[in-house]
Design a protein around this ligand. Structure first.
Ligand SMILES: *Cc1c(COP(=O)(O)O)cnc(C)c1O
Length: 385
């Protein structure tokens, strides 16, 4: 059997942790916890309901929220749709203004376009040279009729971390709502929603060792009465998101979030060490450049642009699983909108790779990947620098 490539694409998805799988399968079979959480009249349903509420507390605990502020969804894409469309619809009157940025995930960008079609004005902020959206940029873009600001915590291509607290203060002062896509941030940076001026926040399980197809939306007190459901039928989740709750997915997301909390300090140190080890080895490549802020970032995700030459990322992809742009864009094969917003042209974007590390990355993986990348560069001409 062919050896599998080294996995350096944790920002696209993570494997499900074995401890999560164990809890997940216990919710499936006849001897297990398979009941419908809405069947409150018998023990099967009651047990499933308990599992769902336990998981809700586990998710809430990682991010400093109350359990009853967590709404289950099918993933961060749905959470982002619910946040943007739900807030816009609840506002009721036509028009109004929303602020987001050019470097959001497509789940926010495409949804913002939908709002534009419905008559909402949208400002797409340009990131600074470090790939960050500054509080000042948000402040300058605010209008009288701005009712929502939607920005990500951690950028999925760059790993850069926005100053959500500073931005949130500005949004609050203007009485708008603040939505944050934290799909790449949960478990990697401290999130304390009891303190943060954030009203709505999106999460996904499969970016932190849970299964695909499950996510959550935090709905804070200021957003409670200002959010309309997008999926109707049955009134589950306080009327905000109908549909039979996927007990196995939910239980799994709960354990994944609890594990992320338990392992947080250790993983921070380990991944930072691996990140440093990788950068140190790659720094010997002439002309290689790290995209995005070198300091305001998570160590898990690196976007590297190589100098012009014969660097062939397609050849490298047989030995290392990385993202050529970002998994979310790969379907269209277009150059990354994030890199373009940072001032790259199509050519330098095509010489850019995203490497992302995670729980199962070893020092040996790092050394092997560094050797492979360096080898892919040595064939290039020497007039680089
Ligand atoms: C992965 C990702 C999403 C989409 O999450 P799904 O659960 O796959 O729908 C949204 N935003 C960001 C920043 C992401 O990284």
């Amino acid at each position: 059997m062919n050896k599998r490539p080294l996995y350096f694409d944790y920002a696209a998805t993570t494997p499900v942790d074995e401890r999560v799988i164990k809890v997940m399968v216990e919710c499936l079979g006849f001897t297990g916890n398979f009941g419908n959480p809405a069947s409150s009249s018998h023990a099967f349903g009651q047990q499933a309901r308990q599992t769902v509420e336990h998981a809700r507390r586990q998710v809430a605990n990682l991010v400093g929220a109350e359990a009853d502020q967590i709404v289950w969804t099918s993933g961060a894409t749905e959470s982002n749709n619910l946040a943007l469309k739900g807030v816009a619809q609840a506002r009721g009157v036509a028009g109004g203004h929303v602020i987001t940025s050019q470097i959001e995930h497509k789940a926010v960008l495409d949804t913002a376009r939908q709002l534009q079609d419905a008559g909402v004005a949208v400002t797409y902020l340009v990131p600074d040279a470090d790939g960050l959206i500054t509080a000042q940029a948000v402040s300058e873009a605010m209008r009288e009729d701005t009712f929502l600001v939607s920005l990500m915590l951690v950028n999925n291509e760059l790993g850069t971390v926005n100053d959500i607290a500073a931005i949130g203060d500005i949004v609050r002062a203007r009485d708008a709502l603040f939505h944050v896509d934290a799909a790449q941030g949960a478990g990697k940076v401290v999130i304390d929603l009891a303190q943060l001026p954030v009203d709505v926040m999106s999460f996904s399980a499969h970016k932190i060792y849970g299964p695909k197809g499950i996510g959550a939306l935090y709905v804070g007190p200021r957003a409670q009465q200002r959010l309309h459901a997008q999926i109707h039928g049955g009134g589950h989740e306080g009327g905000l998101r109908s549909g039979t709750l996927a007990t196995h997915q939910i239980a799994a997301m709960g354990v994944a979030f609890e594990l992320a909390a338990q392992l947080f300090e250790d993983e921070k140190v380990i991944v930072a060490g691996l990140h440093e080890r990788l950068l140190e080895q790659l720094s010997s490549i002439p002309g290689v450049r790290l995209n995005g802020s070198p300091s305001q970032r998570i160590p898990h995700t690196l976007s590297l642009t190589f100098a012009e030459g014969e660097f062939n990322s397609a050849a490298l992809s047989h030995s290392i699983a990385f993202s050529a742009t970002s998994a979310c864009n790969s379907a269209s094969n277009a150059p990354s909108h994030v890199l373009l917003a940072l001032g790259h042209d199509t050519h330098s974007a095509s010489r850019t790779i995203r490497l992302s590390l995670g729980r199962f990355t070893t020092a040996q993986d790092i050394d092997q990947a560094a050797d492979l990348i360096k080898a892919a560069c040595t064939s290039a001409p020497a007039f680089w620098q």
